[in-house]
Ligand binder design. Structure first.
Ligand code: NAP
Length: 195
């Protein structure tokens, strides 16, 4: 569209594991906007906090949504991000994917660490690091966000943080000045978390 007008049918449905949906999204953005300034890979699942043993099916499904989908979506959107003069990719990760945290703070996190979820987020952290190296030549800044433990369907009512507080880390990454964006880092509320 021309003259800053945008299509009225936002939002666009996106099943993140669907190649067709990703392709439709790219076409929609290209046709209506011609560029993309910010991509937040937010969708995530945790299937293993049901008190039952982890199985390979749960691990596979978790990796598909939490790691493979962010890779596929970002790859598909790189051409549109490259057009922006302030492109940012924010991968919604978790401190539960921090190997440093598992190594040094095990007594605090062991009740929450599961094979599928934590390895998916550790993989997302590595994806973030790789993307920060490979996409910088296209002018795309990349960071990973840990929102804290937040009252959502995933976080449950036991979490201490309200949604607004949990969202503040990603909102901060979207709005922070370009030269202060923590490219190649995992952060919570502006503070770096060791990988
Ligand atoms: N809550 C926490 O304490 C916490 C802590 C650390 C990190 N995180 C991360 O923060 C992100 C958001 O989580 P949340 O707490 O808001 O969880 P949530 O309330 O369970 O929301 C998850 C969102 O992901 C979407 N989603 C899941 N699978 C999808 C798929 N295959 N395709 C498209 N969308 C899909 C869901 O859509 P539908 O509603 O349509 O299913 C929902 O909007 C996740 O990446 C999570 O790992 C959360």
């Amino acid at each position: 569209m021309e003259g800053g007008q945008h299509a009225p049918d936002y939002p666009v449905p996106l099943e993140v594991t669907s190649a067709d949906d990703i392709s439709n999204l790219v076409n929609y953005l290209e046709k209506n906007y011609g560029k993309l300034d910010v991509l937040v890979n937010n969708a995530g699942i945790a299937l293993e906090w049901d008190g039952k043993p982890t199985d390979t099916d749960k691990i596979r499904r978790t990796l598909e949504v939490n790691l493979i989908a962010p890779f596929a979506i970002t790859e598909a959107l790189v051409p549109l991000l490259s057009v922006s003069d302030d492109a940012r990719v924010i991968n919604h990760s978790s401190q539960l994917g921090s190997i440093d945290t598992a190594e040094n703070l095990w007594q605090y996190v062991s009740a929450f660490v599961t094979i599928g979820y934590s390895t998916s987020k550790a993989g997302l952290n590595m994806l973030t690091q790789i993307q920060s190296k490979t996409l910088t030549v296209k002018g795309i800044a990349v960071a990973a966000a840990h929102p804290g433990w937040v009252k959502t369907d995933l976080g449950t009512d036991a979490a201490p943080l309200e949604v607004e507080e949990g969202a503040s880390t990603v909102v901060g990454l979207v709005t922070i000045a370009r030269d202060q964006f923590p490219h190649g880092q995992l952060v919570n509320k502006g503070v770096r978390i060791p990988w």
